[in-house]
Design a protein around this ligand. Structure first.
Ligand SMILES: [Fe+2]
Ligand SMILES: [Fe+2]
Length: 271
């Protein structure tokens, strides 16, 4: 487990007057995705069946993700006493199905799997940093601070193991970049949209486009340039490219413009 537990969160400081309903909706969705960590750890243990050291780290990682889910769910229940986490998680698991039993990485190689894991942890560490800075409610800020620190540590774990597997598998920069971009594109797939649905909209049928936009509109609004620029620098590094040169600067700025454009369009469409 990580260096903190739910007992370290100052729940008594919860301040309902500082709640933002838009944040409550995406925290509920995030609690479901995080709580599914055990399933992905199980998949990693199958893909890396002959690497007991990494399996051990993956199991610990999965437990930490589940703890993120628990902390967010407990906060969401304070923010919205009508939130039934168990029922929402059951809906999420029933509707969002991935083959976690497969023993092959869908990234084509084990180094590719590590690249994809790095991308996810870069995404979550940026997301919870952005959420902490955007939130006014003190308990949520504290939870996000703990989670963002864990996500950064998770990135380092996968990055270290990526180096180890690159020494054996030698996928080039183009291959790494392809996996990284592919994984980023997947962030608009079903997982987050379905989690948003299962957590917030159980009274109507699932509409993927609607839920995707509902989630993304609230999530993208949290980011500021420094979150995106830092995330892009980490991504370039995971792909084997130099994060600190001209490329990093240009990629960071372009990514921020793209994010701002998309956030503005989503906000306009919802207005
Ligand atoms: Fe997490
Ligand atoms: Fe993580």
């Amino acid at each position: 487990m990580g260096a903190w537990t739910l007992d370290d969160i100052p729940w008594h400081r919860f301040d309902a007057a500082k709640l933002d309903p838009e944040l409550v909706a995406i925290v509920k969705a995030a609690s479901l995705v995080e709580h599914n960590g055990t399933a992905y750890a199980h998949h990693l243990c199958r893909v890396f069946a002959d690497d007991p050291e990494f399996q051990e780290a993956a199991r610990r990682w999965g437990e930490e993700e589940v703890q993120h889910g628990r902390a967010l769910a407990r906060w969401a229940a304070l923010a919205d006493p009508g939130f039934d986490f168990d029922a929402a998680f059951a809906r999420f698991q029933a509707g969002f199905r991935v083959d976690f039993n497969s023993d092959r990485s869908r990234r084509g190689s084990r180094a590719g799997e590590m690249v994809a894991r790095c991308v996810v942890e870069i995404g979550t560490s940026s997301y919870y940093s952005a959420m902490r800075e955007a939130a006014a409610e003190p308990v949520l800020r504290e939870i996000c601070r703990h989670i963002a620190a864990d996500e950064l540590r998770h990135y380092r774990l996968f990055s270290k193991n990526l180096d180890r597997y690159l020494a054996r598998e030698r996928i080039g920069r183009a291959g790494r970049l392809r996996v990284a971009l592919g994984r980023i594109a997947e962030s608009e797939d079903d997982e987050l949209a379905y989690a948003y649905y299962a957590a917030n909209e159980n009274d109507r049928p699932y509409d993927r486009r609607h839920c995707n936009r509902a989630y993304a509109r609230r999530a993208y609004a949290l980011y500021r340039p420094h979150h995106i620029e830092r995330g892009v620098a980490m991504l370039l590094k995971a792909a084997g490219l130099k994060p600190n040169g001209r490329l990093g600067l240009i990629a960071g700025r372009l990514a921020w413009q793209a994010m701002r454009y998309r956030a503005a369009r989503l906000a306009k469409a919802a207005a």
